[in-house]
Design a protein around this ligand. Structure first.
Ligand SMILES: NC(=O)c1ccc[n+]([C@@H]2O[C@H](COP(=O)([O-])OP(=O)(O)OC[C@H]3O[C@@H](n4cnc5c(N)ncnc54)[C@H](OP(=O)(O)O)[C@@H]3O)[C@@H](O)[C@H]2O)c1
Length: 343
């Protein structure tokens, strides 16, 4: 918490085009806190409670102009989804003490924000739920699996980064829908967690040797859906093992995010897309907010979660000042589960 009258902010300090980012791309500063007297009409003074930590934030600090999300502005606060509590309000829609969903919250203790930039929180949902079970990656998992993967009972799905924020939900929804689920993760502990979520098999890609052989060993029947969060060599290996009519869900490519465009891994098994009549589709979850898919997600995942039929491991970092390190941890596999910061 900031000292009375002061506001801690995490700013974008410099761009890092390639390679593993370091902490100096961020800068922590202390500035005077906004007060309720600074509110204009229909504005809200919010105190940040939780911040979502997501891999694509790294791509917003490369300086690239062709990325789908805008670059963070240097010397301005980092921003991303989070949750907050209302401290003062000139809006008839938001009352003091109310928990609010903030799709784009500044990384600072206190912010003045337009009421139109806030979302109401459904009853029964906590400030923490908004950055965990109902977070952007959890919804992403649901969108990618249901809209693009189009899962059918009896099929086999391969899920990379299976113990992560997206992967855990994919594994469990696929299992609930009657698929055979194979998980891939980067440590033995994560592999055990994926199995505990109900996966039929899982392996550690850092220890398995040849990826194609590793997949064939646990899925000799072949892959009907590949839910890809990592890209690169694992995507290539998955292509070598797909069945007729396979769907490749391109959700993320974290293994490539630190590379220059000319260094991105070139696929060797792309011919399989042709002769297996496969569909490869990328997507960004943003387009699905406010749609029937979001309603279905809140209903289906919310129900399973409340009934204890879905587990969601989380990785909590405490303190705003530790948020930058939480981003870096994603690229070293140091997080286990949905990463977020409690302020
Ligand atoms: N399309 C969309 O709208 C959308 C929305 C949200 C997220 N995503 C994407 O979904 C993916 C997963 O995101 P998340 O939030 O669920 O993160 P996460 O899986 O909880 O955390 C990231 C994990 O990626 C793995 N990883 C890191 N570097 C890697 C590398 N070089 N090769 C292979 N794996 C690596 C690590 O797990 P291991 O220890 O298992 O290696 C790490 O823990 C990311 O690519 C993200 O950008 C896409």
């Amino acid at each position: 918490m900031s000292a009375s009258g002061s506001n801690t902010q995490i700013l974008a300090n410099k761009y890092s085009p390639t390679g593993a980012p370091s902490l100096d791309i961020f800068k922590t500063v202390t500035v005077p806190a906004p007060t309720k007297d600074s509110l204009k009409e229909n504005q809200v003074l919010i105190r940040s409670l939780y911040l979502s930590i997501d891999p694509y934030q790294r791509n917003r600090l490369t300086g690239a102009t062709d990325y789908f999300a805008s670059q963070y502005e240097l010397n301005k606060p980092i921003h991303n989804p989070g949750s907050a509590i209302v401290e003062a309000s000139t809006s008839p829609d938001f009352a003091v003490g109310e928990i609010v969903d903030v799709p784009d919250i500044n990384w600072e203790n206190l912010s003045v924000i337009d009421a139109t930039a806030l979302r109401k929180v459904p009853s029964g949902t906590s400030a923490r739920d908004l950055v965990t079970i109902f977070s952007l990656p959890s919804f992403t998992a649901y969108v990618g699996l249901t809209e693009i993967g189009k899962p059918k009972a009896g099929e086999t799905i391969l899920v990379s980064s299976a113990s992560g924020a997206v992967g855990q939900i994919v594994v469990q929804i696929a299992k609930a829908r009657g698929l055979r689920v194979i998980g891939v993760a980067g440590s033995d502990d994560k592999v055990e967690h994926v199995k505990s979520l109900g996966a039929d098999a899982a392996f550690n890609y850092k220890k398995c040797g040849d990826y194609v052989e590793a997949i064939k060993k646990v899925a000799p029947e072949g892959i009907d859906i590949y839910y890809d969060s990592v890209g690169g060599e694992m995507l290539d290996a998955a292509l070598a093992t797909i069945n007729d009519g396979a769907r490749i869900v391109i959700c993320g490519m974290i293994s490539q995010y630190n590379k220059a465009s000319g260094e991105v891994y070139g696929l060797k098994n792309s011919m399989k897309i042709l002769d297996r009549y496969a569909t490869v589709q990328g997507f960004l979850v943003g387009r699905y907010y406010g749609t029937a898919t979001e309603t279905a997600f809140i209903s289906e995942v919310g129900k399973l979660y409340r009934e204890g039929k879905i587990q969601y491991r989380v990785d909590e970092t405490v303190g705003l000042e530790n948020a930058p390190q939480a981003i870096l941890n994603l690229f070293e596999g140091k997080n286990h589960g949905k990463s977020f910061v409690k302020i």
